[in-house]
Design a protein around this ligand. Sequence first.
Ligand code: ATP
Length: 258
Amino acid sequence: MIRFTHASVTYPGGVAALKDLSLDIAEGEFVVVVGLSGAGKSTLIRTVNGLVPLSGGSVEVGSRTVGDLNRSRLRALRADVGMIFQHYNLVNRTTVLNNVLMGRLNRVPGWRSMLGWWGRDEVERAMRALEVVEIVEKAYVRAANLSGGQQQRVGIARALAQEPTVLLADEPVASLDPPTSHTVMRYLHRANRELGITTLVNLHFLDLARQYADRIVGLRAGAVVFDGPASAVDEKVFERIYGRSLTADDVLEAEASL
Ligand SMILES: Nc1ncnc2c1ncn2[C@@H]1O[C@H](COP(=O)(O)OP(=O)(O)OP(=O)(O)O)[C@@H](O)[C@H]1O
């Protein structure tokens, strides 16, 4: 479903964020990418929907090579690839339902959505997405009035309303407390399992990664230094990824144990 082949990204200014990275992610997998700040996790995720262009190599999503797409095909790709952000990126002054409907923007003619002319089908689809994250009762509440965890659930619903084949989540729980982080991870996991959406998540906390991932990819300085099942991650693997031993800051729950 997602294939990186000798992918590299060098930002203007010369930082090499990804270095000759090759990785295959199969349809339906739930993959968590871990690594130190600056390891290249966000860059990796953002190459999948063309937000960050490659400097070399290729990334393919299904049958599409991202770097070869013209504007309209890139738009079609982005309709198939949902994205979830650390800071939710909701429009606070409008309702939860309107925020979720924005997930349909790439699927309906622009003039209709600009005028807020959403058909009944679109609204039903948005409501079903809110059902997946169990927050339907907030549909007509302004996004600003929700807690962080609820806002992130709306972020997930907005991505699901796109009916994506791939879901990207860039540090989706970095702004949340531990119980809420688990709630959000459970909904992401549910979307993956029940809807079969291939999911790629960046996480800082290794214990959370181990709990939810099928597979963990460890990035260090733009290169893959570990790729295996979550159960294979131990202290040695941690040191390979992070270049040091585990501390309490690396785990969501305060104790430094895996
Ligand atoms: N737009 C940019 N321009 C220049 N350098 C960048 C840009 N974005 C990221 N970088 C650099 O690329 C490297 C990888 O950054 P990236 O954000 O992908 O890492 P990360 O693992 O996601 O870390 P973090 O969790 O801190 O975001 C870092 O050295 C970063 O400073």
